[in-house]
Design a binder for this molecule. Structure first.
Ligand code: OOG
Ligand code: NI
Length: 307
């Protein structure tokens, strides 16, 4: 039997390939990092985590989606709640790396509390999600990487109408994003604390990004910091994509974005030299206050800044 982590690697590579095609910012940030000498090549970037969004209806949502990654050895960790945005989330810690390979990314999965939306928004959403009769992950052979790769990029329901998209967007930007983008990778995250000095804090890295013309999510400030001061995050505003809706109508809507994370050493390790600061000596997990603002990277209030 092949190691499930080999299948995981195949699935993650497939996600990253589609993501890079959809988000030109990824390649251009990598190119700028190489050009300015922060890294020698793309694979020197440590991927802190990736994120997915789901619709919280019984046959879909986190309970369905997480089965894929639990199968590959991920473990479910702390929950997070976002009352205002009507979202719930968990983060997942990865299995050990394959020999000679970099660490697998953490995963952040969120879910829309569909039942908390207005009757009309619920009716619109379920008119799409009801096309999925039972939990689709149960029908997959998770040991077959090509099946999982195809599943994560397949249309789960009919092409939405732009009217439905706009109506959902009025009430929940997250709902509108998922009805169109489904399980496309929402973002990958450049780990900045292991970059060369001068670029290894979010404050410095944001300066590098803005110097190269990238637009950062400004909700709650460009650098979002956890109350313990140890997890600092920033993100680009989502790349706009030309989306084809029902009837062939094409509109520009939010696609995916790029995130940046600085994990500072835990208090008991702050005296150690950087070379000794392995992953487990730095701040783990996520922070609800940071995440709440990062969600807005796909919101029109933020993407409007891209012009
Ligand atoms: C996820 C936002 C939260 C983080 O690292 O806290 C997040 C999303 O936009 O779906 O990525
Ligand atoms: Ni994130």
């Amino acid at each position: 039997m092949t190691d499930r982590r080999e299948t995981l690697k195949y699935v993650l590579d497939g996600l990253m390939r589609r993501y890079q095609e959809r988000v030109p910012d990824v390649q251009s940030i990598v190119n700028d990092m190489v050009k300015d000498g922060l890294i020698a090549k793309a694979s020197d970037i440590e991927n802190d985590h990736i994120a997915f969004r789901t619709m919280g209806v019984p046959q879909l949502g986190i309970g369905s989606f997480e089965k894929i990654f639990l199968h590959y050895g991920y473990q479910r960790r702390e929950p997070y709640q976002f009352e205002g945005k009507k979202l719930d989330a968990f983060w997942y810690s990865p299995p050990a790396p394959l020999p000679g390979q970099p660490a697998f990314p953490r995963i952040f999965v969120s879910e829309l509390r569909v039942g908390d939306l207005s009757e009309e928004a619920q009716r619109i959403i379920t008119s799409y999600t009801d096309e999925v009769k039972s939990d689709p992950v149960d029908d997959l052979d998770l040991d077959d990487g090509t099946q999982v790769d195809e599943f994560l990029h397949r249309a789960l329901w009919r092409l939405p109408s732009y009217a439905d998209y706009q109506r959902l967007q009025d009430e929940s930007e997250y709902a509108a994003w998922v009805i169109y983008n489904r399980y496309y990778l929402n973002h990958f995250t450049v780990s900045v604390h292991n970059l060369p000095e001068g670029y290894d804090t979010i404050e410095e890295f944001n300066r590098f990004l803005e110097g190269h013309g990238y637009t950062l999510n400004s909700s709650g400030g460009k650098a979002k910091q956890s109350p313990d001061g140890l997890l600092i995050q920033s993100s680009t505003v989502a790349e706009m994509i030309d989306a084809e809706f029902e009837g062939g109508q094409t509109e520009r809507i939010s696609g995916s974005y790029v995130e940046f994370a600085e994990r500072r050493p835990l208090p008991e390790f702050q005296h150690l030299p950087k070379s000794e600061l392995t992953r487990e000596k730095r701040r783990e997990g996520f922070e609800a206050g940071n995440a709440d603002k990062i969600f807005e990277s796909t919101y029109s209030s933020q993407t409007a800044q891209r012009g």
